[in-house]
Structures are given as C-alpha cells and as structure tokens.
Design a protein around this ligand. Structure first.
Ligand code: C5P
Length: 315
C-alpha cells in the first residue's frame, strides 16, 4: 500500500454574515469562501499496527484527539472498521505553514486532507460529496476545504454552491504571532451582543439567504471585478474582534492606507488580509505595512487565489 502527500490550502472569507440561531446551537450563516495558495502539506503513510499517529512540525499543534486531523482519521476508522482491519493504521505528518487559531481554517483543511488521503489509501472509493458529508461532522469549514475554489456557503457553512473561480487576485496576510482568537469565543460574544438582530422565522431566513445569493458580492465575483470585490468585503465577526483587539484594527487601517482593493479580518480572526491585483503589488504592500508597524511579532505572507481544494502534491 502506498503513501500519499496532499496539499491543504487555507481559506479566507470574502463575506461573512450572521443571520440567526439554529436549533443545533450553531449560527445560520451566509458566507463567500475563497481558497488561497498558502497551504499545509499532509503526508499519510500506512503503519502495521491498528492505530492513528499524528505528528506536526509546529510545537503548539496537539497530536491527540483534539487535533481535527486525528478526528478525521478516527471518524473513518469508526465508519469503515474493516478498512483498518485490512490495511492497518496510519501515520499523519503535518507540515504546518498556515498559522493556527488565525481564522484561516488551518485545522479544518488538515482534516479535509486526511479524509481525502485515507479514502485513497484505504481504497474506500468515496465520492466528493460523501467525503463532504463526513467532513461536516468534524467542522463546519471542512466540506469547503475539500472542495475549495470560490463558493457561497450557507447553513452552518457546510452547504456549498460553487461560484466562478477567481484566479486573478492576490492577497497579503498579516497576523500577530502570539494573538489567537477562539472561534467559539467570537460567535458566543456576537450572540451576547447582537442576538436581538437575529432572524428566527424560517421564511425570513430563506429570504435573507437568497438576498446574499443574488447580491452584489456574488455579482462582483461573476464579473471577476476585483475592485468591486474589495469594496464589498464584509465580516460580521469584526464587530466583536476589532473592539477587543485594537492592534487588529490598526493593521486593517495600515493596509487601507496603502490603497489596496480591500482589506478585512478573515473568519473569526485575528488574521487580516488585503486584496491586490498583482503579486508585485502584494509584495509592495507587505513591505510598506511591515515598515509602518515595525513590530517583530507581526508575521506576513503573500498568496494567490486558487481554484482547488485538497489535491495530491506533485511527487
Ligand atoms: O464547526 P466548528 O467546530 O468549526 O465551529 C467551531 C465553533 O464556532 C462552534 O462550536 C460554534 O461555537 C461556532 N460556530 C457557530 N456557527 C457556525 C459555525 C461555527 O456558532 N455556523
């Protein structure tokens, strides 16, 4: 049985609107998600014994069942016990390039890669939509991480409608190394502060979702209009994260002062991204903001929009 190496891209949110409460305790969302070229590499290899081993080159990433990659392997083991009995266990090595607790779905995309890789290694023959249904049991972002590209995501984030691929945009990302935001904290705080604005009637929920589906951001994407996309970036979770973390707001303002197409916090943060039309412009903005803020704790990356989710690494 052979080993597999997979590329697991990060995602950014171009749009994140919190619509209301769901009966399962999650939030009903309308989002536009985008894969970017910043990616982890996941290597999976068979081992003789019936166990799951996770290793990661990043000291703060856990190796136990709290790691979503471990949970993905455990879920497949539970669903397909005969596969592990026949083929044995798996060792998962994660080469971490995506910052953690950053709003970039780093843990979710690793889990997505494990589902795709184990499906191949254990010859399960699952379809992409079957993998996505399994992925949704691990985390709301996992189905998108499997599929990738540009997509509208509704429900708790797991109901996906692919949109036209955007492959002509670049992004600069910045994150304070020691600042992480818990997704649970962000949504709980939002609920405490804004639940009076939540829509609760099923029909109203649908109308609101439809408005996003046919709205200005989706139209800008269909026209591949980078300038309109930049102006229409929206993230409700900024309302709780920016007042709590002024340095995230400062970062956003620094990007804005560089005349980028648009800038916003991704997901539950605290990563801030800025859109540009070329790689050269992304690098210029990176250097300018690095000089402007001059904090050794601030990490930067540039990346390109990509149209793929989990894929095999070229060997
Ligand atoms: O789905 P996932 O486990 O990644 O979500 C992490 C947390 O984010 C959830 O436990 C919940 O507190 C919050 N969340 C939410 N509504 C969503 C997605 C996530 O409230 N649609």
């Amino acid at each position: 049985m052979r080993s597999y190496s997979l590329i697991a891209p990060a995602k950014i949110n171009l749009y994140l609107e919190i619509i209301g409460d769901r009966s399962d305790g999650y939030h009903e969302l309308a989002m536009v998600l985008q894969s970017i070229s910043l990616a982890d590499q996941i290597d999976i290899q068979p081992i003789g014994i019936d166990t799951i081993i996770v290793r990661c080159d990043h000291a703060e990433v856990p190796n136990d069942h709290t790691n979503l990659a471990y949970r993905a392997a455990a879920l497949l083991t539970k669903q397909f016990p005969e596969a592990m009995a026949q083929f044995g266990g798996v060792e998962i090595n994660i080469k971490k390039n995506i910052p953690i607790a950053a709003g970039l779905a780093g843990g979710s995309t690793d889990a997505a890669a494990v589902l795709v890789g184990l499906d191949l290694m254990w010859q399960l023959g699952l379809t992409q939509s079957e993998l996505e249904v399994l992925g949704a049991q691990i985390g709301s972002d996992v189905p998108f991480c499997i599929q990738g590209g540009t997509a509208l995501a509704t429900g708790r984030g797991e109901e996906l409608s692919p949109l036209k691929n955007l492959d002509n945009l670049y992004v600069v990302l910045a994150k304070y190394r020691n600042l992480g935001i818990s997704t649970i904290w962000a949504y709980q705080t939002y609920r405490q502060q804004f639940s009076q604005t939540y829509i609760s009637q099923a029909q109203d929920l649908e109308t609101r979702q439809h408005r996003v589906h046919s709205g200005p951001m989706v139209s800008a994407i269909m026209h591949a209009d980078g300038s309109a996309i930049g102006k229409l970036l929206h993230n409700d979770l900024e309302k709780v994260a920016l007042p709590e973390h002024p340095q995230v707001l400062e970062l956003r303002e620094a990007f804005e002062s560089q005349g980028v197409l648009g800038t916003m916090m991704s997901g539950s943060g605290p990563t801030v991204f800025a859109l540009t039309e070329s790689e050269a412009e992304a690098l210029r903005v990176l250097e300018a903001v690095k000089t402007q803020i001059a904090n050794p704790e601030l990490d930067f990356w540039t990346a390109k929009f990509v149209s793929t989710g989990i894929r095999l690494a070229q060997s």
